[in-house]
Design a protein around this ligand. Structure first.
Ligand code: ADP
Ligand code: MG
Length: 731
């Protein structure tokens, strides 16, 4: 059955070379009970390892059923071990975290025994080695003798033709030793039994042959009971069967689950490592997206007005908000009112009263809003405005002083307003009402409320001055270039439609385009001509015909790309945001989203992205290092699985399943956690959470799967770096 011809094995580690065995010739047959003896270091184990396919050799040839083995691949050797050899080692080699039953069952599974049969067979084998009362005991709780019985039961599970035992009683007391040898003899009829022992007496009752090794060579090879050998001769006809046992995928999955649940601490550790990484990954992505969110709104301004009731909305595709869009936004139960051309809301107007004698009297900074949104009962003094020149102002209690010791001291004061252009410079407003700013929800900033018509005028002028550009195509040129930003318009009916006058341009006719951020508003021809309107030195001043002016204003008024919703209740903001986002809008809540001091430039985004990705890389590295450490603890178990016949591929799949199992539960957990967080958090953290997109979750899934794949590759590679023999020796 097994034949060695001049087989030699040399160990070389670095510069040290030692001989394992040399020029060994042997022929072994089924039915033999062979005792291999010799002093320590003589080469017994080396011989046994080569015979049983645990180790390779350099010289000579070993035949298994007449098949040459010197060219066997790792898989071929695995297959040989798996099918024909049952192993019993001195140090037991059972998986301590598994029960007795599981240890045997796994071996059956790896041999392709179907599930239904496995149970019956495992119980039968365990009974056979006398451990039926220990069936469910964890292997770590067994005595040495009992462990060795489990090993024997496991070795028998594949009904191997060869039993290879390397000092199986080396760690046992003499009574247990006797029992184990008896058991081995009992269960090994018709098999080739190879027992390495330094105490021949132990096996003398049963041995049919003794091989004595000395210094790597066979010094004695003697038959003890001739009769047995003749009996087994016919079985020599067996040929080497290269067919691999069919192990069902469910078996491998079962193995990985057993592995996960039999060492819960280790599994929980992996779980948390991957969980932490996943959480960081998502939060980092969310924070990144939250930062970018502001620039999603078409006018990528920073919103100065961070009124907590304010919510800025545009369409995801940045198209014009249709009437039905506006109706929908207006109809939301949380909407108080809507401000179109809401850029004016960010304008921080200085309201001041200047006294020619005493200098500045007072100066208040307020945002601009329409008085149509306030009620008489909001006022602490005065009334609502009735004309363009009347305003209501918010005053905080802190700003009251000796001269203005009461809210009502501000009533009937005439104030100027500092504006964005010089068109409004000398306009005076009379304060007719006062609101106590301290009682309003807005933290520091308050409003100056204008009569609605005046508010509309201010709003339009602000839009024209900030968001409308003049482009010019000089005669003879083919391209327009930007001449200025902002427009202060004067109307003069001396001009015809399509004509315009401006400061600072030459007499030659030039084409002019008036444009806002969304496109062209008007095409005109510049006409140099003295006009009745005095436009002073205002660079942006522009004189138009009435028709063109109306046209321009109409176009602007009918195009809303962005509006502000003022909410009835600021605590509903995130809820409304979710609703709107799912209905195809972009939403910025300035009070929540724009707390950062800096502008979101590409550079900042880049740095942030870099930090995020480098952190992710770092955490992968940490996981790698930590797991490398834990590979050591797994190595023992994996080696055992290998000796009982599991292949490299199966182990890799087992790892893949384990990590996939952990990965997918982590993933599920994260998804549920984030849904919960989205529902129950508020403020900045909430907006970070809600900034995470569906795509991000998919990306996370991909990353987790990728990491799992890499980890199982890594694990398998580490585990299989050495031959089984080498790894076992290291243990
Ligand atoms: P035994 O089992 O009889 O005690 P071994 O077969 O283990 O002997 O060892 C035979 C010889 O091979 C010894 O000289 C030993 O030092 C050497 N040897 C065994 N394993 C290794 C190894 N992994 N590396 C180097 N030398 C080894
Ligand atoms: Mg040895």
């Amino acid at each position: 059955m097994l034949k060695l011809e001049n087989v030699g094995k040399i160990y070389s580690s670095g510069s040290n070379v030692s001989i394992g065995i040399r020029k060994v010739n042997l022929e072994l047959k089924r039915g033999e009970f062979v005792a291999i003896t010799g002093e320590s270091g003589s080469g017994k184990s080396t011989l046994l390892n080569i015979l049983s396919g645990i180790d390779t050799y350099e010289e000579g040839e070993m035949y298994v059923f007449n098949e040459e083995t010197s060219y066997f691949s790792i898989e071929d050797l695995e297959n040989y071990r798996n099918k024909y050899v049952g192993f019993i080692f001195q140090n037991y080699n059972i998986i301590d975290s598994y029960s007795v039953y599981k240890n045997v069952e796994v071996a059956l599974m790896l041999n392709g025994v179907p599930k239904e049969e496995r149970k019956k067979k495992a119980i039968e084998l365990i009974n056979r080695v006398g451990l039926s009362h220990r069936m469910r005991t964890k292997a770590s709780k067994l005595s040495g003798g009992e462990k060795q019985r489990v090993v024997i039961a496991r070795a028998l599970s594949k009904d191997p033709m060869i039993i290879a035992a390397d000092e199986p009683t080396g760690n046992l007391d003499s009574n247990s030793s006797k029992e184990i040898i008896e058991l081995l003899h009992e269960v090994s009829k018709d098999k080739l039994v190879l027992i390495v022992t330094h105490d021949f007496n132990e096996v003398s009752d049963y041995a049919t042959r003794i091989i004595r090794v000395y210094d790597g060579e066979i010094k004695e090879d003697r038959l003890l009971k001739k009769d047995v050998i003749e009996e087994e001769t016919p079985t020599e006809e067996v040929t080497f069967d290269n067919e691999k046992p069919k192990v069902k995928e469910s078996g491998i999955i079962g193995l990985s689950l057993t592995d996960l649940f039999s060492s819960p601490k280790r599994s929980i550790f992996y779980y948390f490592v991957i969980l932490l990484m996943g959480l960081y990954f998502l939060v980092a992505l969310g924070a990144y997206r939250n930062l970018s969110r502001e620039s999603n709104v078409s006018l990528s301004l920073r919103f100065a007005n961070t009124d907590p009731y304010r919510m800025v909305v545009n369409k995801k595709d940045k198209s014009v908000l249709s009437n039905s869009d506006l109706e929908y936004l207006e109809s939301l139960s949380s909407t108080d009112y809507i401000v179109k051309k809401d850029m004016i809301l960010d304008y921080y107007a200085g309201l001041y009263k200047y006294d020619a004698n005493s200098g500045e009297d007072f100066y208040i900074n307020n945002f601009v809003n329409s008085a149509s949104h306030i009620k008489e009962r909001d006022l602490v003094a005065g009334r609502l405005p009735n004309s363009d020149s009347e305003i209501v102002i918010t005053v905080t209690r802190d700003s009251l002083n000796e001269d203005y010791s009461e809210f009502k001291s501000f009533l009937n004061q005439e104030v100027n307003i500092s504006t964005y252009d010089d068109s409004n410079n000398n306009k005076k407003y009379t304060v007719v009402g006062v609101i106590d700013g301290s009682s309003f929800n807005m933290s520091q900033e308050q409003y100056a409320y204008f009569y609605n018509d005046e508010f509309m005028t201010l709003s339009l002028n602000y839009y024209l001055s900030q968001f409308v550009n003049i482009l010019i195509k000089p005669d003879g040129s083919t391209d327009y270039y930007q001449y200025s930003t902002g427009l202060t318009i004067y109307v003069d009916d001396n001009l015809s439609a399509g004509e315009a006058c401006m400061n600072g341009l030459s007499e030659t006719p030039q084409d002019i385009k008036i444009q806002d951020l969304y496109g062209t508003l008007l095409d005109l021809k510049l006409k140099y001509k003295s006009s009745s309107v005095n436009i002073g030195y205002n660079y942006n001043a522009f004189i138009l015909n009435r028709t063109d002016y109306d046209n321009l204003i109409n176009t602007i008024n009918n195009r809303d790309y962005q509006v502000t919703i003022m909410l009835k209740n600021s605590s509903r903001a995130e809820y409304v945001r979710r609703t709107l986002i799912s209905n195809g809008y972009n939403v910025v809540i300035p009070s929540i989203d724009t707390k950062t001091e800096f502008d979101i430039t590409g550079l900042v985004k880049g740095i942030y992205f870099f930090m995020t990705s480098s952190f992710i890389l770092q955490s992968i590295l940490i996981i790698y290092v930590v797991l490398l450490h834990s590979i050591k603890s797994r190595k023992d178990d994996i080696e055992i699985l290998r000796t009982i016949g599991s292949t490299k591929k199966q182990i890799r799949r087992m790892f893949a399943y384990e990590f996939t199992f952990i990965g997918s539960t982590v993933y599920l957990f994260i998804v549920i956690l984030f849904i919960a967080l989205k529902m129950f958090t508020k403020g900045t953290f909430h907006s970070v959470i809600s900034a995470i997109t569906f795509g991000d979750f998919l990306l996370l899934l991909f990353v987790i799967l990728l990491i799992n794949f890499l980890l199982s590759l890594l694990f398998t590679r580490r585990m299989f770096k050495n031959t089984v023999r080498k790894s076992l020796q290291e243990n």
